[in-house]
Design a protein around this ligand. Structure first.
Ligand SMILES: [Zn+2]
Length: 395
Protein backbone atom coordinates (compact mmCIF):
# COMPACT_ATOMS: atom_id res chain seq x y z
CA UNK A 1 0.00 0.00 0.00
CA UNK A 2 1.34 3.42 -0.89
CA UNK A 3 0.09 6.89 -0.04
CA UNK A 4 -1.36 8.31 3.15
CA UNK A 5 -3.67 6.45 5.54
CA UNK A 6 -6.32 8.08 7.72
CA UNK A 7 -7.83 6.26 10.70
CA UNK A 8 -10.83 8.31 11.76
CA UNK A 9 -13.96 8.04 13.88
CA UNK A 10 -11.82 6.85 16.83
CA UNK A 11 -13.95 6.92 19.99
CA UNK A 12 -10.97 6.77 22.36
CA UNK A 13 -7.42 7.37 21.14
CA UNK A 14 -4.58 6.43 23.50
CA UNK A 15 -1.61 8.61 22.49
CA UNK A 16 0.58 8.23 25.63
CA UNK A 17 1.36 11.89 25.12
CA UNK A 18 1.95 13.48 28.52
CA UNK A 19 -0.65 16.01 29.50
CA UNK A 20 -4.04 14.41 28.95
CA UNK A 21 -3.82 11.96 31.87
CA UNK A 22 -1.35 9.09 31.92
CA UNK A 23 -2.54 7.73 28.57
CA UNK A 24 -2.99 11.06 26.78
CA UNK A 25 -6.52 10.06 25.78
CA UNK A 26 -8.35 11.97 23.04
CA UNK A 27 -12.03 11.45 22.17
CA UNK A 28 -13.56 11.47 18.67
CA UNK A 29 -10.09 11.57 17.18
CA UNK A 30 -8.29 10.72 13.97
CA UNK A 31 -4.69 9.81 13.04
CA UNK A 32 -3.05 10.46 9.68
CA UNK A 33 -0.04 8.37 8.64
CA UNK A 34 2.34 8.96 5.75
CA UNK A 35 5.39 6.94 4.80
CA UNK A 36 5.18 4.89 7.97
CA UNK A 37 4.97 7.84 10.36
CA UNK A 38 2.21 9.62 12.22
CA UNK A 39 1.97 13.08 10.66
CA UNK A 40 -1.23 14.43 12.24
CA UNK A 41 -3.43 13.70 15.29
CA UNK A 42 -6.59 15.67 15.93
CA UNK A 43 -10.39 15.77 16.07
CA UNK A 44 -12.04 13.38 13.64
CA UNK A 45 -14.29 16.18 12.35
CA UNK A 46 -11.23 18.10 11.12
CA UNK A 47 -9.30 15.19 9.67
CA UNK A 48 -7.48 15.89 6.42
CA UNK A 49 -8.11 13.87 3.28
CA UNK A 50 -5.96 10.81 2.62
CA UNK A 51 -5.39 8.18 -0.06
CA UNK A 52 -6.76 5.39 2.16
CA UNK A 53 -9.17 5.44 5.09
CA UNK A 54 -10.04 3.11 7.96
CA UNK A 55 -13.26 3.97 9.82
CA UNK A 56 -12.72 2.90 13.44
CA UNK A 57 -16.47 3.10 14.02
CA UNK A 58 -16.14 4.65 17.48
CA UNK A 59 -13.72 1.97 18.73
CA UNK A 60 -10.59 2.51 20.82
CA UNK A 61 -7.18 2.84 19.14
CA UNK A 62 -3.86 2.47 20.93
CA UNK A 63 -0.19 2.37 20.02
CA UNK A 64 0.91 -1.11 19.00
CA UNK A 65 2.18 -3.18 21.91
CA UNK A 66 5.94 -3.19 22.51
CA UNK A 67 6.97 -6.62 23.81
CA UNK A 68 10.48 -5.97 25.09
CA UNK A 69 11.28 -9.50 26.35
CA UNK A 70 10.80 -12.67 24.30
CA UNK A 71 12.74 -15.87 23.57
CA UNK A 72 11.51 -17.03 20.18
CA UNK A 73 14.49 -18.95 18.75
CA UNK A 74 14.04 -22.50 19.98
CA UNK A 75 12.85 -25.97 19.01
CA UNK A 76 10.55 -28.38 20.76
CA UNK A 77 8.07 -27.64 23.48
CA UNK A 78 7.81 -28.40 27.19
CA UNK A 79 4.13 -29.09 27.60
CA UNK A 80 4.82 -32.17 29.71
CA UNK A 81 7.02 -30.13 32.08
CA UNK A 82 4.19 -27.60 32.38
CA UNK A 83 1.73 -30.37 33.21
CA UNK A 84 4.09 -31.75 35.86
CA UNK A 85 4.45 -28.30 37.37
CA UNK A 86 0.71 -27.83 37.50
CA UNK A 87 0.64 -31.19 39.32
CA UNK A 88 2.91 -29.79 42.01
CA UNK A 89 6.55 -29.84 40.87
CA UNK A 90 8.41 -26.52 41.47
CA UNK A 91 10.03 -24.47 38.68
CA UNK A 92 13.83 -24.35 38.88
CA UNK A 93 14.92 -23.10 35.46
CA UNK A 94 16.67 -26.42 34.83
CA UNK A 95 14.37 -27.27 31.91
CA UNK A 96 16.18 -24.67 29.80
CA UNK A 97 18.74 -27.39 29.01
CA UNK A 98 15.97 -29.53 27.47
CA UNK A 99 15.28 -26.76 24.98
CA UNK A 100 19.00 -26.27 24.35
CA UNK A 101 19.29 -29.88 23.18
CA UNK A 102 16.32 -29.57 20.84
CA UNK A 103 17.51 -26.22 19.48
CA UNK A 104 20.99 -27.49 18.66
CA UNK A 105 19.47 -30.43 16.78
CA UNK A 106 17.12 -28.25 14.71
CA UNK A 107 17.77 -26.98 11.19
CA UNK A 108 17.90 -23.27 10.40
CA UNK A 109 14.55 -23.54 8.64
CA UNK A 110 12.92 -25.19 11.64
CA UNK A 111 14.12 -22.38 13.92
CA UNK A 112 13.11 -19.76 11.35
CA UNK A 113 9.65 -21.32 11.09
CA UNK A 114 9.14 -21.09 14.85
CA UNK A 115 10.27 -17.46 15.01
CA UNK A 116 7.96 -16.49 12.15
CA UNK A 117 5.02 -18.41 13.58
CA UNK A 118 5.34 -16.77 17.00
CA UNK A 119 6.09 -13.32 15.57
CA UNK A 120 2.96 -13.61 13.42
CA UNK A 121 0.91 -14.82 16.36
CA UNK A 122 2.04 -11.80 18.41
CA UNK A 123 1.35 -9.38 15.55
CA UNK A 124 -2.23 -10.61 15.30
CA UNK A 125 -2.56 -9.81 19.00
CA UNK A 126 -1.36 -6.26 18.50
CA UNK A 127 2.40 -6.49 19.05
CA UNK A 128 4.12 -4.23 16.52
CA UNK A 129 7.60 -4.36 18.10
CA UNK A 130 9.07 -7.52 19.63
CA UNK A 131 12.49 -8.01 21.14
CA UNK A 132 13.96 -11.46 20.41
CA UNK A 133 16.73 -13.15 22.43
CA UNK A 134 19.09 -15.97 21.65
CA UNK A 135 20.02 -18.27 24.53
CA UNK A 136 19.05 -21.81 23.55
CA UNK A 137 22.09 -22.50 21.40
CA UNK A 138 24.94 -21.91 23.88
CA UNK A 139 27.65 -22.76 21.37
CA UNK A 140 29.43 -20.20 19.21
CA UNK A 141 27.74 -21.42 16.04
CA UNK A 142 24.28 -21.93 17.57
CA UNK A 143 24.16 -18.53 19.28
CA UNK A 144 25.31 -16.79 16.09
CA UNK A 145 22.69 -18.53 13.96
CA UNK A 146 19.97 -17.88 16.55
CA UNK A 147 20.67 -14.16 16.35
CA UNK A 148 21.01 -14.19 12.57
CA UNK A 149 17.53 -15.75 12.37
CA UNK A 150 16.13 -13.38 15.04
CA UNK A 151 17.46 -10.39 13.10
CA UNK A 152 15.32 -11.43 10.12
CA UNK A 153 12.22 -10.64 12.21
CA UNK A 154 13.30 -7.80 14.52
CA UNK A 155 15.86 -5.04 14.91
CA UNK A 156 15.63 -5.52 18.70
CA UNK A 157 17.84 -8.59 19.09
CA UNK A 158 19.57 -9.69 22.27
CA UNK A 159 22.57 -11.96 22.80
CA UNK A 160 21.78 -14.24 25.76
CA UNK A 161 24.66 -16.70 25.56
CA UNK A 162 24.66 -16.43 29.37
CA UNK A 163 21.22 -17.98 29.76
CA UNK A 164 22.50 -21.05 31.65
CA UNK A 165 25.83 -22.83 31.79
CA UNK A 166 25.41 -25.69 29.30
CA UNK A 167 25.85 -29.24 30.58
CA UNK A 168 29.25 -29.71 28.94
CA UNK A 169 30.63 -26.80 31.00
CA UNK A 170 28.81 -27.68 34.24
CA UNK A 171 32.02 -28.25 36.23
CA UNK A 172 33.99 -25.36 34.72
CA UNK A 173 31.75 -22.27 34.55
CA UNK A 174 34.75 -19.92 34.34
CA UNK A 175 35.66 -21.50 31.02
CA UNK A 176 32.12 -20.97 29.75
CA UNK A 177 32.21 -17.29 30.75
CA UNK A 178 35.47 -17.02 28.79
CA UNK A 179 33.77 -18.56 25.75
CA UNK A 180 30.80 -16.18 26.02
CA UNK A 181 33.02 -13.10 26.34
CA UNK A 182 35.39 -14.23 23.60
CA UNK A 183 34.47 -16.14 20.44
CA UNK A 184 30.72 -16.36 21.15
CA UNK A 185 30.31 -12.60 21.60
CA UNK A 186 32.43 -11.95 18.52
CA UNK A 187 30.21 -14.23 16.42
CA UNK A 188 26.94 -12.93 17.90
CA UNK A 189 27.58 -9.18 18.10
CA UNK A 190 27.09 -8.42 14.38
CA UNK A 191 23.45 -9.54 14.72
CA UNK A 192 22.72 -8.19 18.21
CA UNK A 193 21.73 -4.81 19.65
CA UNK A 194 21.66 -5.92 23.30
CA UNK A 195 23.37 -8.28 25.70
CA UNK A 196 21.54 -10.01 28.56
CA UNK A 197 22.51 -12.36 31.41
CA UNK A 198 20.37 -14.63 33.59
CA UNK A 199 21.80 -13.45 36.93
CA UNK A 200 20.29 -15.93 39.36
CA UNK A 201 21.26 -18.72 41.70
CA UNK A 202 21.78 -21.77 39.45
CA UNK A 203 22.62 -19.60 36.43
CA UNK A 204 25.29 -16.83 36.61
CA UNK A 205 26.57 -15.18 39.79
CA UNK A 206 27.09 -11.45 40.00
CA UNK A 207 30.82 -11.51 39.16
CA UNK A 208 30.29 -13.62 36.05
CA UNK A 209 27.27 -11.53 35.06
CA UNK A 210 29.21 -8.26 35.46
CA UNK A 211 32.12 -9.59 33.40
CA UNK A 212 29.86 -10.75 30.57
CA UNK A 213 27.80 -7.57 30.44
CA UNK A 214 30.96 -5.42 30.47
CA UNK A 215 32.33 -7.38 27.49
CA UNK A 216 29.10 -6.70 25.62
CA UNK A 217 29.19 -3.01 26.47
CA UNK A 218 32.77 -2.83 25.24
CA UNK A 219 31.64 -3.85 21.74
CA UNK A 220 28.68 -1.45 21.77
CA UNK A 221 25.79 -3.61 22.95
CA UNK A 222 23.18 -2.21 25.34
CA UNK A 223 22.61 -3.99 28.66
CA UNK A 224 19.56 -5.88 29.92
CA UNK A 225 19.46 -8.29 32.87
CA UNK A 226 17.25 -11.22 33.92
CA UNK A 227 17.20 -10.40 37.63
CA UNK A 228 15.56 -11.33 40.92
CA UNK A 229 13.11 -13.81 39.39
CA UNK A 230 13.49 -16.83 41.64
CA UNK A 231 14.77 -15.14 44.78
CA UNK A 232 16.46 -12.02 46.17
CA UNK A 233 19.84 -11.26 44.61
CA UNK A 234 22.24 -8.70 43.20
CA UNK A 235 20.92 -8.63 39.60
CA UNK A 236 18.81 -5.49 39.81
CA UNK A 237 21.58 -3.44 41.42
CA UNK A 238 24.08 -4.77 38.90
CA UNK A 239 21.78 -3.60 36.11
CA UNK A 240 21.51 -0.14 37.63
CA UNK A 241 25.28 0.00 38.15
CA UNK A 242 25.88 -0.76 34.47
CA UNK A 243 23.17 1.59 33.18
CA UNK A 244 20.96 -1.23 31.89
CA UNK A 245 17.97 -0.17 29.82
CA UNK A 246 15.91 -2.73 31.71
CA UNK A 247 16.04 -5.26 34.52
CA UNK A 248 13.52 -7.99 33.90
CA UNK A 249 11.34 -10.10 36.23
CA UNK A 250 11.94 -8.12 39.49
CA UNK A 251 9.85 -10.54 41.54
CA UNK A 252 11.98 -10.47 44.72
CA UNK A 253 13.16 -6.92 45.48
CA UNK A 254 14.69 -5.30 48.56
CA UNK A 255 13.94 -1.70 49.49
CA UNK A 256 17.43 -0.83 48.23
CA UNK A 257 16.60 -2.40 44.84
CA UNK A 258 13.43 -0.34 44.54
CA UNK A 259 15.25 2.84 45.59
CA UNK A 260 18.03 2.23 43.08
CA UNK A 261 15.51 1.82 40.25
CA UNK A 262 13.53 4.88 41.35
CA UNK A 263 16.71 6.98 41.39
CA UNK A 264 17.32 6.18 37.72
CA UNK A 265 13.77 7.23 36.83
CA UNK A 266 14.17 10.51 38.70
CA UNK A 267 17.45 11.34 37.05
CA UNK A 268 17.60 13.82 34.23
CA UNK A 269 17.21 11.87 31.03
CA UNK A 270 15.77 8.66 29.65
CA UNK A 271 19.29 7.71 28.58
CA UNK A 272 20.12 6.62 32.11
CA UNK A 273 16.77 5.23 33.16
CA UNK A 274 16.58 1.56 34.11
CA UNK A 275 13.08 0.21 33.53
CA UNK A 276 11.64 -2.62 35.65
CA UNK A 277 10.11 -5.03 33.14
CA UNK A 278 7.53 -7.32 34.73
CA UNK A 279 6.67 -10.63 33.10
CA UNK A 280 3.47 -11.92 34.71
CA UNK A 281 3.12 -14.71 32.16
CA UNK A 282 6.08 -16.37 33.89
CA UNK A 283 4.47 -16.27 37.32
CA UNK A 284 1.21 -17.49 35.81
CA UNK A 285 2.88 -20.42 34.05
CA UNK A 286 5.08 -21.40 36.98
CA UNK A 287 2.37 -20.75 39.58
CA UNK A 288 4.71 -18.41 41.44
CA UNK A 289 4.11 -15.20 43.42
CA UNK A 290 3.70 -12.15 41.19
CA UNK A 291 6.01 -9.11 41.41
CA UNK A 292 4.70 -6.22 43.49
CA UNK A 293 4.01 -3.72 40.73
CA UNK A 294 2.21 -1.38 43.11
CA UNK A 295 5.34 -1.00 45.25
CA UNK A 296 7.42 -0.14 42.17
CA UNK A 297 4.90 2.32 40.74
CA UNK A 298 4.33 4.03 44.07
CA UNK A 299 8.11 4.51 44.42
CA UNK A 300 8.25 6.17 40.99
CA UNK A 301 9.94 3.31 39.12
CA UNK A 302 9.23 3.11 35.37
CA UNK A 303 7.47 -0.21 34.73
CA UNK A 304 7.11 -2.15 31.48
CA UNK A 305 5.13 -5.30 30.77
CA UNK A 306 6.34 -8.02 28.41
CA UNK A 307 5.45 -11.65 27.63
CA UNK A 308 8.74 -13.49 28.26
CA UNK A 309 7.45 -15.76 25.49
CA UNK A 310 9.45 -19.00 25.77
CA UNK A 311 8.64 -22.71 25.72
CA UNK A 312 9.41 -23.38 29.37
CA UNK A 313 8.15 -20.75 31.77
CA UNK A 314 5.78 -18.52 29.77
CA UNK A 315 4.53 -19.86 26.46
CA UNK A 316 2.29 -16.91 25.63
CA UNK A 317 2.80 -14.29 22.93
CA UNK A 318 -0.20 -12.27 24.10
CA UNK A 319 0.34 -8.77 25.45
CA UNK A 320 -3.43 -8.38 26.13
CA UNK A 321 -3.18 -11.44 28.39
CA UNK A 322 -0.27 -9.84 30.26
CA UNK A 323 -2.22 -6.59 30.63
CA UNK A 324 -5.13 -8.52 32.15
CA UNK A 325 -2.79 -10.39 34.52
CA UNK A 326 -1.08 -7.16 35.57
CA UNK A 327 -4.40 -5.60 36.50
CA UNK A 328 -5.88 -8.64 38.24
CA UNK A 329 -2.78 -10.09 39.90
CA UNK A 330 -0.34 -7.17 40.29
CA UNK A 331 -2.78 -4.41 41.24
CA UNK A 332 -1.92 -2.16 38.32
CA UNK A 333 -4.74 0.04 37.06
CA UNK A 334 -5.84 -0.68 33.47
CA UNK A 335 -4.28 2.64 32.42
CA UNK A 336 -0.96 1.77 34.10
CA UNK A 337 -0.93 -1.66 32.47
CA UNK A 338 -1.71 -0.35 28.98
CA UNK A 339 0.96 2.35 29.36
CA UNK A 340 3.50 -0.26 30.55
CA UNK A 341 2.69 -2.53 27.59
CA UNK A 342 3.23 0.28 25.07
CA UNK A 343 5.24 3.33 26.23
CA UNK A 344 6.91 1.38 29.03
CA UNK A 345 8.12 -1.29 26.61
CA UNK A 346 9.47 1.41 24.33
CA UNK A 347 11.48 2.93 27.19
CA UNK A 348 12.77 -0.54 28.09
CA UNK A 349 14.20 -0.60 24.55
CA UNK A 350 15.34 3.05 24.79
CA UNK A 351 13.08 3.95 21.87
CA UNK A 352 11.17 7.23 21.57
CA UNK A 353 9.63 6.54 18.15
CA UNK A 354 7.29 3.74 19.28
CA UNK A 355 4.79 3.27 22.13
CA UNK A 356 3.31 6.71 21.44
CA UNK A 357 0.96 8.12 18.81
CA UNK A 358 2.17 11.65 18.26
CA UNK A 359 3.45 13.33 15.08
CA UNK A 360 6.82 11.84 14.15
CA UNK A 361 6.21 8.48 15.81
CA UNK A 362 6.08 5.28 13.83
CA UNK A 363 2.55 4.60 12.62
CA UNK A 364 2.08 1.42 14.67
CA UNK A 365 -1.54 1.23 15.83
CA UNK A 366 -4.06 -1.25 17.13
CA UNK A 367 -7.79 -0.85 16.57
CA UNK A 368 -9.71 -2.65 19.31
CA UNK A 369 -13.04 -4.40 18.99
CA UNK A 370 -14.04 -2.37 22.04
CA UNK A 371 -14.84 1.23 22.94
CA UNK A 372 -12.07 1.61 25.54
CA UNK A 373 -8.65 0.35 26.58
CA UNK A 374 -10.35 -0.82 29.81
CA UNK A 375 -11.74 -3.80 27.91
CA UNK A 376 -8.27 -5.34 27.57
CA UNK A 377 -8.42 -6.22 31.29
CA UNK A 378 -12.20 -6.24 31.65
CA UNK A 379 -12.66 -8.89 28.93
CA UNK A 380 -9.67 -11.24 29.41
CA UNK A 381 -9.08 -13.96 26.88
CA UNK A 382 -11.33 -12.36 24.27
CA UNK A 383 -9.85 -11.56 20.82
CA UNK A 384 -10.27 -7.78 20.95
CA UNK A 385 -7.67 -6.85 18.34
CA UNK A 386 -9.70 -5.90 15.25
CA UNK A 387 -6.93 -4.41 13.11
CA UNK A 388 -3.18 -3.93 13.39
CA UNK A 389 -1.35 -1.23 11.41
CA UNK A 390 2.42 -1.42 11.33
CA UNK A 391 4.64 1.21 9.74
CA UNK A 392 1.46 2.77 8.38
CA UNK A 393 0.45 -0.47 6.62
CA UNK A 394 -2.64 -2.51 7.60
CA UNK A 395 -1.51 -6.06 8.41
ZN1 LIG B 1 13.37 -14.25 29.83
Amino acid sequence: MSGSLLIDNIGELVTNSPGDGPLGIRRDAAVLAEEGRVVWVGPSAYAPAADHRIDAGGAAVLPGFVDSHAHLVFAGDRAAEFAARMAGQPYTGGGIRTTVGATRAATDDELRGTVRRLRGEALRQGTTTMEIKSGYGLTVADEARSLRIAAESSTETTFLGAHVVPAEYADRPDDYVGLVCGPMLAAAAPYAKWIDVFCERGAFDVDHARAILACGQAVGLGVRVHANQLGPGPGVQLGVELGAASVDHCTYLSDADVDALADTAHSDGSGTRTVATLLPGAEFSTRSPYPDARRLLDAGVTVALATDCNPGSSYTSSMPFCVALAVREMRMTPAEAVWAATAGGALALRRDDIGVLTPGARADLVVLDAPSHLHLAYRPGVPLIRQVIRNGVPQ
